[in-house]
Design a protein around this ligand. Structure first.
Ligand SMILES: Cc1cc2nc3c(=O)[nH]c(=O)nc-3n(C[C@H](O)[C@H](O)[C@H](O)COP(=O)(O)OP(=O)(O)OC[C@H]3O[C@@H](n4cnc5c(N)ncnc54)[C@H](O)[C@@H]3O)c2cc1C
Length: 431
């Protein structure tokens, strides 16, 4: 008889939700986390779209350590000396099921783990699982934790983007460097009312999500981000690993330092105190680099299965991880009840993912990673074009005004009208 019904590796969004579902179904479940506590190693931008969390914890707004509800969406095209921002706000964004919240993973992940523990899941911290146990037929039957071998009917891999185990589980290859980005982030403490005023929010419970393209990565594939927490601002940069290594104009930490000093950002964080500096990888290849999500005795959920997408105007990974964790936990519990945790017995998990927004959305955005990677003008070209166009439009210096067509055409021609049309068409097709 196995030591546990299920072992979950990793206590991020996917792992703790999977453990919660298994424990709620009465299963003996062990979560093994390499960090000293849940969230110790985790990082996000970040904002969680609430819809999938709500399905697991209907009252999470009352209990979870969420930061501010996002009511402003800002997107900026940033050149070294200018910044063009679109600011969108709408009542629709606050409606239940359509709402989203800034989160800090240290506190948020500990809360998720607590929910699983309250249902009876057991946690051990500070151990990185490096090896899966298999029986003679090759079925996964447990994990090696330090010197100990712990067995289970089913193992759920929720160990994030840098998984050591998906290769052993389902033969997944390391994602290629062009499909991975590296993120660095600082959490900058400021009084709540100062943040509220600076982002023009209506109250200390509301805030903004802000994505930047252009100078924040020195024109390299990637972008900057800013999310408002209750009493801090999360500010960071995400840059394509291959692009930065091959033709990046600055190391990623320097990109972040320069972003902090940009005239559009410096006033926002003025007087703030850096209380956290973190780095993490982001899987950006989406469904194109997704491994098999079911193996014999094993399931994969969240970033370890590449369930993440960066669309340029939004980043999503946590809502996928929560939903996949829920489906993995529920399907694993049913397979245990049926006495069949073979690949065939666990196959309903894949079907559930296919029928849900997780695989439907990732399929829909199949062409985005390739498009974004080759959308060089978005990072170097368009920000400068928009700066020049806006300077032409807004600056009055006594020079006789030219007809708009005459003043704008040379600016647009620097990028090329055909290039512009090509990029608009490409974006429409990919998105
Ligand atoms: C800079 C950045 C910005 C982002 N912004 C957003 C955003 O705004 N919105 C959004 O939805 N998503 C965002 N994401 C993506 C999102 O954070 C991830 O998609 C999400 O955290 C995935 O959850 P997960 O549970 O699969 O993995 P993780 O949260 O990475 O959890 C994996 C867990 O497994 C543990 N672990 C790893 N290996 C082992 C091992 N061998 N043994 C034991 N434990 C192990 C880790 O310590 C960790 O606790 C961002 C990511 C980054 C890096």
């Amino acid at each position: 008889m196995a030591d546990f019904d299920a072992i979950v590796v990793g206590s991020g969004c996917a792992g703790s939700v999977a453990a919660y579902e298994l424990a709620k179904a009465g299963k003996a479940v062990l979560v093994v986390e390499r960090g000293n506590y849940a969230g110790a190693k985790n990082m996000t931008g970040g904002r969680i779209y609430a819809h999938s969390l709500k399905k697991v914890f209907p009252d999470f707004e009352q209990n979870a350590p969420i930061e501010r509800r996002i009511v402003h969406e800002r997107i900026s095209m940033m050149s070294p000396d200018a910044n063009f921002t679109v600011d969108f706000t709408s009542d629709e964004m606050g409606k239940e099921g359509q709402d989203s919240y800034a989160v800090l993973r240290g506190s948020f992940d500990q809360w998720l783990a607590e929910q699983a523990e309250n249902e009876g899941a057991e946690y051990i911290y500070g151990i990185a699982i490096e090896e899966l146990l298999k029986d003679d037929s090759g079925k996964v039957v447990g994990v090696k934790a330090g010197e100990d071998e712990i067995t289970a009917e089913v193992v759920l891999l929720c160990d994030g983007v840098n998984s050591l185990l998906t290769d052993q589980a389902v033969g997944a290859k390391r994602p290629p460097a062009h499909a991975l980005a590296v993120g660095v982030k600082q959490t900058i403490e400021l009084p709540a009312n100062v943040i509220t005023d600076r982002v023009l929010a209506g109250s200390d419970d509301e805030g903004a999500a802000w994505l930047f393209a252009g100078d924040c990565t020195k024109g390299t594939f990637g972008g900057g981000f800013m999310y408002t927490n209750k009493e801090s601002i999360s500010l960071g940069v995400v840059a394509g690993i291959e692009a930065t290594a091959n033709h990046g104009k600055a190391p990623v930490y320097q990109m972040l330092e320069d972003l902090k000093n940009h005239p559009a950002v410096a006033p926002l964080i003025k007087g703030g105190k850096v209380v956290e500096h973190s780095g993490h990888m982001v899987p950006e290849g989406g469904i194109n680099i997704m491994p098999e999500v079911v193996g014999d005795g094993v399931l994969l959920a969240g970033d370890c299965a590449m369930m993440c997408i960066n669309l340029g105007y939004m980043v999503r990974g946590m809502d996928f991880a929560v939903a996949a964790g829920q489906m993995a936990g529920q399907c694993a519990a049913k397979a245990i009840d049926a006495g069949d945790t073979s690949k065939a017995g666990l196959a309903p998990y894949k079907t559930a993912l296919e029928n849900s927004f997780v695989l439907k959305d990732l399929k829909q955005f199949k062409a985005v990673p390739d498009f974004m990677e080759n959308f060089e003008r978005m990072f170097c070209g368009y920000p400068e074009m928009i700066r020049d166009a806006m300077n032409t439009m807004f600056i009055v210096d006594g020079t006789p005004v030219q007809p708009m067509k005459k003043s704008m055409m040379p600016i647009v021609k620097q990028v090329g009208i055909m290039n512009l049309l090509k990029d608009v068409r490409g974006a429409m097709k990919a998105l």
